[in-house]
Design a protein around this ligand. Structure first.
Ligand SMILES: Cc1cc2nc3c(=O)[nH]c(=O)nc-3n(C[C@H](O)[C@H](O)[C@H](O)COP(=O)(O)O)c2cc1C
Length: 323
């Protein structure tokens, strides 16, 4: 049992997290993994209420669930089980043995392969059937994935992302926080955004340009000099929830990871653009005018990428407490 739970934690740490903060810790006790948030790793400026921290932990929770299922146990989850321990986000118990599940096996196999993409996509469109499948995947987790296809809305979202990026780039508090999590080339750190996970040269996306975060901070960092070949926008999607509570953020994180892993199984990658949703007034605007009143949790582009991004994680021993 211990081996299964340990393997589940090894899978959990490969979840995406904002700025690769990996804001989680795990504790194994009996047949149960306890997932907690690590408040030291919350982004105080970018994420004051911990929304993105909990989305990141929700993605890790999905990995725990899918790993247990793929390894032959039915996962039994309790979300926010103790109101007196707000940092304890979930307990996941390895329940009764379950027969092999093909989808769980497939998604489990994608966990370490999936990477965040940070430039344009090829012109290859995502098949409608796959889009429907991803929409259903988010729905299964209690969230909603909204493909944005209307030209005015795409222009609005691209413009708001650009505006938020400009504001954050010129605000010292954001810049300092970013500097803490942008890893210089060659750094041995096992967290933060590695310099070889984005291109050196930035290219304008076509037909819509969604500003990337400036992890290279004008230092010329980035993965190589070759001009990226692709500049396509890809399919723009918003992930939304009905409410905006801590539970909703955990739901959003689980839905995010199900969508990302399912997309990855078809060779589709995701680029995140969180800037506008980090500015409360812009987030409220997007909620009202683009999401029909639902709460936007993530803005992403999906598509086929040519380059292979890299990523890093802290060793499991650093985040796992065992009895
Ligand atoms: C809630 C959330 C918000 C994120 N926002 C951004 C973003 O705005 N820009 C970006 O390039 N990546 C963003 N990411 C992706 C992370 O930077 C990425 O998951 C992390 O660096 C680990 O890399 P990997 O996903 O390739 O394993 C976000 C991830 C999460 C979970």
């Amino acid at each position: 049992m211990m081996q299964v739970l340990r393997a589940a934690v090894e899978a959990a740490v490969w979840a995406p997290s904002v700025h690769n903060t990996q804001p989680w810790s795990f504790c194994v006790s009996g047949a149960e993994v306890r997932l907690s948030a690590d408040p030291e790793r919350r982004l105080r400026v970018t994420d004051p209420d911990g929304r993105q921290m909990l989305i990141s932990c929700g993605a890790a929770l999905f990995n725990l669930r899918i790993a247990l299922r793929a390894l032959g146990h039915r996962p039994v989850v309790r979300l926010l089980p103790d109101p007196d321990s707000p940092l304890l986000l979930a307990t996941v118990r390895a329940g009764e043995p379950a027969p092999p599940d093909e989808l769980a096996g497939l998604l489990y196999g994608e966990i370490e392969r999936r990477r965040t993409h940070r430039s344009g996509f090829t012109a290859l469109p995502i098949a409608d059937e796959l889009v429907d499948e991803l929409v259903a995947a988010a729905g299964n987790e209690g969230a909603r994935l909204i493909p944005v296809r209307a030209d005015p809305m795409l222009r609005v979202l691209a413009a708001l992302t650009g505006a938020a990026q400009e504001i954050q780039a010129t605000d010292r508090r954001y810049a300092l926080e970013m500097a803490r999590w942008a890893r210089p080339p060659g750094s041995a750190r096992r967290d933060g955004v590695p310099a070889d996970s984005y291109p050196t040269a930035r290219r304008r996306g076509v037909p819509y340009h969604f500003a990337e975060r400036d992890y290279g901070r004008g230092e010329g960092w980035g993965g190589g000099d070759e001009e990226p070949i692709c500049a396509g926008t890809g399919l723009v999607v918003l992930l939304t929830t009905e409410g905006d509570t801590r539970e909703d953020w955990l739901i959003a994180g689980q839905a995010l990871q199900r969508v990302l892993l399912q997309a990855s199984a078809y060779g589709v990658s995701a680029a995140f653009h969180g800037q506008a949703l980090e500015m409360p007034d812009l987030r409220a605007f997007i909620r009202r005018h683009v999401c029909g009143g639902a709460h936007p949790q993530l803005l992403m582009r999906l598509g086929f990428a040519l380059d292979e991004a890299s990523s890093v994680r802290r060793p499991v021993a650093e985040v796992l407490r065992e009895p």
